[in-house]
Design a protein around this ligand. Structure first.
Ligand SMILES: [Fe+2]
Ligand SMILES: [Fe+2]
Length: 194
C-alpha cells in the first residue's frame, strides 16, 4: 500500500498532504458504519440494568422517532451513551464531541451535559446532589436538556418496550453523519484536522 515518505510531519510535501487528505476523506465517509459497530458493542456494556446500553439507546431513539423528533435528535439519543465504553468518567463529553459537527448547537449542549441532568433522577440515593443541574437553570438550553433526559433517557430502561433495531436506524445514521454542518469549517480550523 502506498504511503508518504516522511517520518516527521514538518518534512511532508504538498503532494503528500494532498494524498493523505484524499484518504482521510474516504475514511470519514465510513464514519456512520464505525458508529454502528461501536453502538453494537454497547450490547456488552455496563451490567446490572434490566436491559443493555444498546437496548437503552435504541429505546430512547425509538421513543424519540415515534414522538416525531428530528433525525438529528434521534441520532443524538442513539449516540448519547456511546462513550460508556471508553470514557466512563466523561461519557457525556465524548458523545458530544462526536456529534458536534453534525447537530445543532442546542443538541450538542444537551448531550454534553446530559450526565449532570440525569443525576436528578438518582444521585440522592448515593450521596450526590440531584440538583446539580440547577447550575444551568438560566442557560437557554436548560429546559430542552430536562426534556431530553425526562422523555428519552431516564425512562428508557424498560425491558417490555418494543424498540426498533440498530439496523432500522442505519439509513438515518448515514444521513445525519454523511456531511458536517457547513459552518464546521470554522470549527475545524480552530481544533485542527490532523
Ligand atoms: Fe448517559
Ligand atoms: Fe442514557
Amino acid at each position: 500500500m502506498k504511503t508518504v515518505n516522511f517520518t516527521r510531519m514538518e518534512d511532508g510535501t504538498q503532494g503528500e498532504y494532498e494524498f493523505l487528505d484524499a484518504l482521510e476523506d474516504q475514511f470519514k465517509e465510513q464514519l456512520p458504519e464505525r458508529l454502528i459497530e461501536t453502538l453494537a458493542r454497547l450490547e456488552n456494556s455496563i451490567s446490572g440494568y434490566r436491559i443493555s446500553r444498546l437496548e437503552h439507546s435504541l429505546q430512547g431513539a425509538t421513543r424519540a422517532q415515534r414522538a416525531g423528533e428530528s433525525e438529528q435528535y434521534v441520532a443524538a439519543i442513539l449516540l448519547h451513551d456511546i462513550g460508556d465504553e471508553l470514557a466512563p468518567y466523561s461519557h457525556s463529553e465524548m458523545a458530544a464531541a462526536i456529534l458536534r459537527p453534525f447537530v445543532s448547537d442546542e443538541l450538542y449542549w444537551i448531550v454534553k451535559h446530559h450526565g449532570v441532568f440525569q443525576m436528578y433522577y438518582y444521585a440522592h440515593h448515593s450521596g450526590g446532589d440531584r440538583h446539580a443541574r440547577d447550575q444551568f437553570k438560566d442557560h437557554p438550553h436548560y429546559a430542552a436538556a430536562v426534556r431530553f433526559c425526562h422523555n428519552y433517557d431516564q425512562n428508557c430502561f424498560d425491558p417490555d418496550y418494543s424498540s426498533e433495531s440498530l439496523e432500522f436506524f442505519r439509513p438515518l445514521l448515514h444521513r445525519v453523519f454523511s456531511q458536517p454542518r457547513s459552518d464546521d469549517q470554522e470549527q475545524q480550523a480552530r481544533y485542527g484536522k490532523k
